[in-house]
Design a protein around this ligand. Structure first.
Ligand code: NDP
Length: 323
């Protein structure tokens, strides 16, 4: 079977390409610059890549850019979207590539009858930001939608870009008879396949500096291996439909800092570790629908351990440790 993955050099997409190759798919993968070895070498080194991975150049903002890659595919995985939490020009840097890019990919899907399903990498950013209180008795589920006005009021531009992109995708898919499934993870962590740092993995290095009040902060995360496997299931399980919240853990930040302290003391200094109270109750995100897809969430300790190991292996942790 032939499938395509947009933004293949990214953190989540690299794992998705790896799983798809392992499952014997022919994978057509888009990157912005196929001649940049930092973006492609780790993909070309994957098992099965030589025989079944083909790279294509595509840009979210170029009309028709995805036609060649979508042509002939049964499954389309659209993961490409800018991931940045600060921006000087949110419309150009985040919103346009997210929304116009998604519509660009959907328009390509309409052109080719081979396409059976589109799996879109959305986010809890498109689920949770609507002003509803997140008290410990609350269980967020797939019926929640973020409110664009709320995102805009709080200048949450990345959140807004994901919310508008998912909204646009549903509208277009419903109007054009596309079988769309979305995967909505929270902060994704786990081992890196690519040589560069990803923003949400990098956050692990800086949590100790970024958190002002350890005991009032909440962290939610998803393991990249669970996220990638959910994408595959979303394509392979015929009954998969609608949105899937894909959140492994919603926990007090204090718990994360305690585990990080044990894994690598430089990641959480003693003062933060000592003031941490890891047992505060938090809101939860329903895993019911994700589990019905066959996703088995990895334990938090495993995700954090493997993230830290990967940071060490790639030399990122040592640099920060010495500093
Ligand atoms: P990465 O930054 O690792 O990957 C993003 C990918 O998007 C890169 O391949 C990048 O290409 C591509 N991209 C960005 N802008 C463009 C453009 N204009 N044209 C073509 N490609 C472009 O991020 P992640 O793997 O973390 O994220 C992948 C998806 O998952 C995104 O849609 C993100 O919103 C979503 N997501 C991520 C979460 C996380 O915590 N990381 C959580 C929830 C959802 P290039 O390599 O050339 O820059």
């Amino acid at each position: 079977k032939v499938v395509c993955v947009t933004g293949a050099s990214g953190f989540i997409a690299s794992w998705l390409v790896k799983l798809l190759l392992e499952r014997a798919y022919i994978v057509k993968a888009t990157v912005r610059d196929p001649n940049d070895p930092k973006k492609t070498e780790h993909l070309l080194a994957l098992e099965g890549a030589k025989e079944r991975l083909r790279l294509f150049k595509a840009d979210l903002l170029e009309e028709g850019s995805f036609d060649a890659v979508v042509d002939g595919c049964e499954g389309v995985f659209h993961t490409a979207s800018p991931v940045m939490f600060s921006s000087t020009d949110p419309q150009a840097e985040l919103i346009d590539p997210a929304v116009k890019g998604t519509l660009n990919v959907l328009k390509s899907c309409v052109k080719f009858a081979t396409v059976k399903r589109l799996v879109l990498t959305s986010s809890t950013a498109a689920v949770i930001f609507n002003g509803r209180p997140l008290t410990p008795d609350v269980v967020v589920d797939e019926t929640w939608f973020s409110d664009p006005f709320f995102c805009e009021n709080f200048k949450q531009w990345y959140v807004l870009s994901k919310t508008l992109a998912e909204e646009a995708a549903w509208k277009f898919a419903e109007g054009n008879g596309i079988d769309l499934v979305t995967i909505n993870p929270s902060y994704v962590i786990g081992p890196l396949l690519q040589p560069s740092l990803n923003l949400t993995v990098e956050m692990i290095l800086n949590l100790k500096n970024d958190i002002e009040d350890v005991n009032s902060s909440i962290y939610s995360c998803s393991d990249v291996r669970d996220v990638a496997s959910a994408h595959v299931q979303a394509f392979e399980v015929p009954s998969a439909n609608g949105r899937y919240c894909l959140v492994g853990h919603v926990i007090p930040m204090a718990k994360v800092l305690k585990i990080l302290h044990e894994l690598h003391p430089s990641l959480c200094p003693p003062e933060k570790y000592e003031e941490a109270n890891p047992s505060e109750p938090t809101y939860q995100v329903s895993q019911e629908k994700a589990k019905s897809l066959g996703v088995n969430f990895l334990p938090l300790e495993v995700s954090l351990r493997d993230t830290v190991e990967s940071l060490k292996e790639k030399g990122f942790l040592k640099t920060f440790y010495i500093c």
